[in-house]
Design a protein around this ligand. Structure first.
Ligand SMILES: Cc1cc2nc3c(=O)[nH]c(=O)nc-3n(C[C@H](O)[C@H](O)[C@H](O)COP(=O)(O)OP(=O)(O)OC[C@H]3O[C@@H](n4cnc5c(N)ncnc54)[C@H](O)[C@@H]3O)c2cc1C
Length: 483
């Protein structure tokens, strides 16, 4: 544990997008803050495996926390992403109907949205929908168009939020699992697998484990069920088949299988929704992926399985209360839950963060703002997006741009090095991938992985055999070949 202090004012447990953005908002205040996560990097929970949609906010029950924070968060998303240098696009979304029953559901969603004060909602005919999205099937009879919806890079938002918090003085304690919490006179003694820490306030953002963290202070009044969603990610050559996010009508299981182009230009289809075998089960299965593919074909028949480059799954932290759980524990002062943040948690996160940071400040008697907090992250244009002239200039300024590490995604050595050297930087091959896209292309790292391993080994001053792909124990090289 990169333990810097023994005593903190605030400990955020969980470096997902919710904990990351909360730590960032808290870092604008003058206080001793740490963010603790059991993983080696940010965005390794639900925040790294979701659809990346900034939802319009028409479907959550009016008056719920989900509805409130979705509407506020979606309105804040573009500016938050601009400040953090995170890719975001206001694409809009369609919920499509295939007949009278679905059309009734669209009318209900539209009414719910209007009641909640959502702007930019319109019901259009199947024909109008196909004019805007020619890939939609002839069987589509109507669509609910949400013009405020968009897409974002969920892991980049998460990683940049943590980086911004660290730049503003937050201690990021990676690979540190909270195992026990004891109450003390001034707050809490938090026991982790790397040692103990004292803190006055705890913000519980532990995703699918937030119920267990609450249980550690004997206030486990809610429980969370892991509901898995599996996806197929399709090559960028197919991206742009649809411009907007295409949903089918939702069911009690969730928003249903969608077809969309991600903010990075891949086509994405999924997710399904099934109770997972455990809170660690992110396996994908042929029958689930077959369901995803066949259901997506109902929206657009032009989907090619031979262009699939990978599959993945994420776990929704579904609470038995039916809504986000946000607030200080009634039983344990200073213990603050931000739990059950399933969809639309990503969309809501910027607004949740601002709200919670102000609440925590109040709990601690009104924290003063730092004088020189840094709200905007320095970001660089990706090499692949530069013009030929810009590329030449970049190589002249830094010859490490002249060495291409990932051919599929045009990622240079300079970019890989920077991803490791930035505050809260990459420590693994997947960490480099999430920051630079090296390994996200068609060959899925087949070409660039050995070079990334070599660079990580040099930069982190560890043996190549010690370099990890993802989390603890995921060694890539079992041993050395001696000729
Ligand atoms: C399939 C799927 C699709 C989704 N699609 C969307 C979407 O399109 N739009 C949208 O708005 N929302 C979406 N969501 C919801 C969104 O992903 C979540 O709301 C959001 O990522 C939750 O963030 P979090 O920080 O609460 O949780 P997480 O990202 O899971 O982070 C929790 C962190 O807590 C850490 N932790 C847990 N226990 C401990 C411990 N004991 N000690 C230390 N650390 C611990 C974990 O390591 C983890 O990093 C989707 C979710 C899923 C699963």
């Amino acid at each position: 544990m990169d333990k810097i202090k023994d005593n903190y004012d605030i400990m955020v447990i969980g470096a997902g997008v919710v904990g990351g953005l909360i730590a960032r908002s808290l870092s604008f205040f003058n206080a001793a803050i740490c963010i603790v996560d059991r993983h080696i990097d940010a965005a390794m929970g639900a925040s790294g495996a979701n659809s990346g949609i900034v939802h319009g906010g028409y479907d959550a029950k009016s008056g719920s926390l989900k509805a409130k924070f979705n509407i506020l968060g979606t309105a804040m998303m573009e500016e938050t992403c601009r400040k953090l240098g995170v890719p975001y696009k206001n694409t809009g979304s369609f919920v499509i109907a295939f007949g009278p029953d679905d059309e009734l559901e669209l009318a209900r969603l539209y009414e719910n949205g209007i009641k909640g004060g959502i702007k930019g909602l319109e019901l259009i005919s199947g024909e109008e929908a196909r004019k805007l999205e020619p890939a939609l099937n002839e069987t589509v009879t109507k669509a609910l168009w949400s013009k405020t919806a968009g897409v974002v890079s969920p892991y980049k938002l998460n990683i940049s939020a943590v980086e911004n918090a660290v730049i503003n003085g937050v201690d990021y304690l990676r690979e540190t699992t909270v195992t026990e919490i004891q109450r003390t006179e001034n707050g809490f003694n938090v026991i982790t697998d790397k040692g103990a820490l004292n803190t006055k306030v705890i913000v519980n953002c532990a995703g699918i484990y937030a119920d267990e963290i609450a249980g550690m202070v004997n206030d486990g009044f809610f429980s969370l069920t892991p509901r898995k969603g599996e996806y197929l990610l399709i090559d960028r050559s197919e991206g742009g088949l649809v411009k907007r996010v295409i949903f089918q009508t939702p069911s009690e299981k969730g928003k249903g299988v969608l077809v969309m182009t991600t903010v990075d230009g891949n086509l994405l289809i999924g997710p399904d929704a099934n109770i997972a075998a455990s809170k660690e089960d992110i396996s994908t299965h042929a029958d689930s992926l077959d369901f995803v593919y066949k259901t997506a074909l109902k929206s657009c028949s032009n989907l090619h399985l031979d262009k699939v480059i990978t599959s993945f799954a994420g776990l929704r932290a579904t609470p038995d209360t039916g809504d986000f759980i946000i607030g200080e524990s009634r039983k344990v002062p200073g213990f603050y839950n931000v739990a059950g943040i399933e969809s639309p948690g990503l969309s809501s996160a910027p607004a949740i963060a601002e709200f919670v940071a102000n609440e925590i400040s109040e709990i601690l008697g009104g924290l003063p703002y730092k004088e020189n907090y840094i709200e905007v992250l320095e970001s660089h244009e990706f090499f692949r997006d530069m013009t030929m002239d810009e590329k030449e200039r970049a190589i002249k300024e830094n010859p490490e741009h002249g060495r291409l590490v990932c051919r599929c995604e045009s990622v240079t050595e300079a970019e890989v090095l920077e991803s490791i050297r930035r505050p809260a930087g990459a420590r693994t091959v997947d960490g480099v991938k999430r920051r630079t896209r090296a390994g996200m292309g068609r060959c899925q790292g087949g070409f660039c992985m050995p070079t990334v391993v070599e660079i990580l080994s040099k930069e982190l001053k560890i043996e190549k055999e010690e370099v990890l792909k993802g989390d603890r124990g995921s060694y890539i090289l079992a041993g050395r070949n001696r000729g």
